[in-house]
Design a protein around this ligand. Structure first.
Ligand code: SAH
Ligand code: SF4
Length: 358
C-alpha cells in the first residue's frame, strides 16, 4: 500500500521534506495540519503552511493524505459504542469501534484485514488473513473516530487507544509501532502512552520486541486456557509458542517495563468457565504482576458456543480473586451491532494477497 501523510511520524516527515529540499523546520505546521487539525482537503491553505511546503504539496513528489471512507456506521443501543466500517484506498474494508462516554472515549483499532491466527471463536480469525494495514491506515482509523467525536461531542477528544480490533497487532509490529508513535506525539492527538493497550494472542517474538521498545504501552495477552491442550484447541498459535514460553516472555516484559500484564480470558460456557479452570488460571499466574479481564463470549457465526450465565462469571471471578488475582469483567457492550470483542470482520477483502507465514 502506498505511503500517506497520516503514516509519517514527525521525524519521518522531517526526513521526507529534507530529501525534497525543503527545510525540515516546515514539518511542524504540516504535521499539525494532518495530525492535530485532522485536515484532509487542500493542506496548502492550512495555517502556517509556507510557500516551500505549498510547492512540495503541489509537486509530483508530494505524499497524499489517506482517503479512507466511512461506508457504514452503526450506533449500539447501549449508547456507549459506535462501529465504523471503513473503506481503504484499495476498496478493502476494516472495522473500528468508538467506545465510552465523555471524558473517557476510547478507539478500538484494527491492525490487519482479517487475521492469520485462526482463534476458533473469533469472527476476524474465521475470515482468514488478507493483508497488513499500513501505519497511515491505522492512524486514519483513529482520526476518523476523533473527527466524529469532535462533531458529535464538542470539547471531547479521544483519551485511549486499544489495539483490539481486527488482526494481531504484534504480527504487524513496525506499522503498529509507527502508528502509535504518531498517535502519542504531543504535536498530534497526544494520547498518553499509558493509555494505549496492545493486545496479543501470544505472538512471542512481538512481546519480546515490545519489551525492548522505548515506549511503555500496556500489554494485554489473550490466554483463554491454562493448559497447552486446552488452549491449543482455541488458539492454534499455542502450538508454536506454548504457555511456558509465553509466560516467560510476559515475565520478562514485566521485569523490563516494571508494568503489569493484562490477561484476557474469554469465558465460554462448558469449555473454560469451571471452578477448576479458575483455580488453574490463578495457579498459572501466581507470583506475576497480572490483571485478568474476563470476557463472556460474544456470539460469532462460525463458532458454536455461548457465554456462561452471570452467576458462573461471578463464581469464576470470586475464585481468582480469593487467590489474590485482580480481575475485571468486561462489560458486554455493542454486541447488538456486532461491535463486541472478536465480532469485527470486513465485508470486502483485497484479492490475490498471499498468505503470511506465521
Ligand atoms: N489479536 C489480538 C487483538 C484482537 S482480539 C488478540 O487476540 O489479543 C481482542 C480480544 O477479543 C482478545 O482478547 C480476544 O481473545 C477477544 N475475543 C475474540 N473473539 C471473541 C469473542 N467471540 N468473544 C469474546 N472475546 C473475543
Ligand atoms: Fe486474531 Fe485476536 Fe481474533 Fe485470535 S482473537 S483470530 S489473534 S484477532
Amino acid at each position: 500500500m502506498s505511503q500517506t501523510l497520516e503514516g509519517l511520524s514527525y521525524s519521518a516527515l522531517e526526513a521526507v521534506l529534507s530529501r525534497a529540499g525543503v527545510n525540515p523546520v516546515h514539518a511542524h505546521p504540516l504535521f499539525s495540519a494532518v495530525q492535530r487539525q485532522l485536515l484532509r482537503g487542500d493542506l496548502s491553505q492550512a495555517a502556517g503552511i509556507l510557500p516551500p511546503v505549498q510547492r512540495w504539496l503541489g509537486s509530483s513528489d508530494a505524499i497524499p493524505v489517506c482517503h479512507m471512507k466511512s461506508v457504514d456506521e452503526t450506533p449500539s443501543a447501549d449508547g456507549f459504542t459506535r462501529k465504523y466500517l471503513l473503506e481503504l484506498c484499495d476498496g478493502t474494508e476494516v472495522e473500528s469501534v468508538q467506545m465510552g462516554f465523555p471524558g473517557r472515549f476510547t478507539a478500538c483499532l484494527s491492525s490487519q484485514v482479517g487475521c492469520a491466527m485462526g482463534c476458533v471463536f473469533c469472527a476476524t480469525g474465521q475470515m482468514g488473513f488478507s493483508r497488513n494495514l499500513t501505519a497511515g491506515e491505522i492512524v486514519a482509523q483513529a482520526h476518523h473516530v476523533e473527527r466524529e467525536l469532535r462533531r458529535t461531542n464538542p470539547g471531547e477528544r479521544l483519551r485511549n487507544i486499544v489495539m483490539m480490533g481486527m488482526g494481531e497487532p504484534l504480527h504487524n509490529f513496525e506499522p503498529v509501532m509507527e502508528a502509535l508513535e504518531i498517535l502519542t506525539d504531543n504535536r498530534g492527538l497526544n494520547i498518553g502512552p499509558a493509555r494505549v493497550a496492545v493486545s496479543t494472542v501470544g505472538y512471542v517474538p512481538g512481546i519480546e520486541k515490545l519489551a525492548r521498545h522505548p515506549k511503555r504501552y500496556s500489554l494485554a495477552v489473550s490466554l483463554h486456557g491454562a493448559s497447552d491442550e486446552e488452549r491449543g484447541k482455541l488458539v492454534p498459535l499455542n502450538k508454536r509458542w506454548p504457555l511456558d514460553v509465553l509466560l516467560e516472555a510476559c515475565r520478562e516484559y514485566t521485569a523490563i517495563k516494571r508494568a503489569r500484564v493484562f490477561f484476557a480470558w474469554t469465558l465460554i460456557r462448558g469449555v473454560n468457565d469451571s471452578d477448576d479452570h479458575a483455580r488453574r488460571l490463578a495457579d498459572l499466574l501466581k507470583g506475576m504482576d497480572a490483571h485478568v479481564n474476563l470476557i463472556p463470549l460474544n456470539p460469532t457465526e462460525g463458532f458454536d458456543g455461548g457465554p456462561p450465565d452471570e452467576a458462573r462469571v461471578r463464581a469464576f471471578q470470586q475464585i481468582i480473586q480469593d487467590a489474590g488475582l485482580p480481575s475485571t469483567v468486561r462489560q458486554r457492550r455493542g454486541i447488538d451491532v456486532n461491535a463486541g470483542c472478536g465480532q469485527l470482520k470486513a465485508k470486502r477483502r483485497p484479492k490475490g494477497v498471499a498468505e503470511l507465514e506465521v
